[in-house]
Design a protein around this ligand. Structure first.
Ligand SMILES: [Zn+2]
Length: 140
C-alpha cells in the first residue's frame, strides 16, 4: 500500500475531511449529503424571482415553484455527492459498502482493472478481503 499516492486534491473549503478506510489516503469532499443553508437561500431567491415574473400569468401558484427548485437542487446535489464519493486512489465507495459489501468489492476491483495498474493487494488476496469485510473500518 506504500506505493499508492497518498496526496489528495486540496479543496478550497472542504465540507468533509476523512481518511479512506481502504487505502488510508486523506480525502476531502466538496459536496455534502444534504443541501447547505446557502442552497436554501438560493432556492428562496429563485422562487421570489419566479413568483415576481410569473405572478401575472399563473397567480399565487408561482410560489409552488419553490418545490420544483428544491427537487432540482436535491437531485443535482445528490448526483455531485455520489460522483465525488468513490476514492480516486483505490475506488472504494462507502455508500456501496453500506448497501452491499460484494458490490463494493467488485467496484474496487473494476477500478483497478480500469486503472491498468497491478493491484498491490493482489499479491496478498487475503488482506484485501479482510479490509472489505471488517465493518469497524467503514466509519468514514
Ligand atoms: Zn481509497
Amino acid at each position: 500500500m506504500n506505493t499508492l499516492n497518498k496526496r489528495s486534491y486540496k479543496l478550497k473549503s472542504p465540507k468533509l475531511k476523512f481518511i479512506c478506510p481502504l487505502c488510508t489516503s486523506n480525502r476531502e469532499m466538496k459536496y455534502q449529503k444534504c443541501l447547505s443553508a446557502l442552497n436554501y437561500v438560493q432556492i428562496v431567491l429563485l422562487t421570489l424571482v419566479t413568483t415576481y415574473f410569473a405572478f401575472s400569468a399563473i397567480g399565487a401558484k408561482a410560489i409552488l415553484s419553490f418545490f420544483m427548485y428544491w427537487m432540482v437542487f436535491e437531485m443535482v446535489n445528490k448526483f455531485l455527492y455520489r460522483r465525488e464519493l468513490p476514492c480516486p486512489h483505490c475506488g472504494f465507495d462507502a455508500t456501496w459498502y453500506k448497501r452491499d459489501v460484494k458490490i463494493a468489492k467488485k467496484k474496487v476491483e473494476e477500478f483497478w482493472e480500469k486503472q491498468a495498474v497491478t493491484k498491490p493487494v493482489m499479491t496478498n488476496p487475503s488482506s484485501s478481503s479482510e479490509n472489505l469485510s471488517q465493518p469497524s473500518q467503514t466509519t468514514a
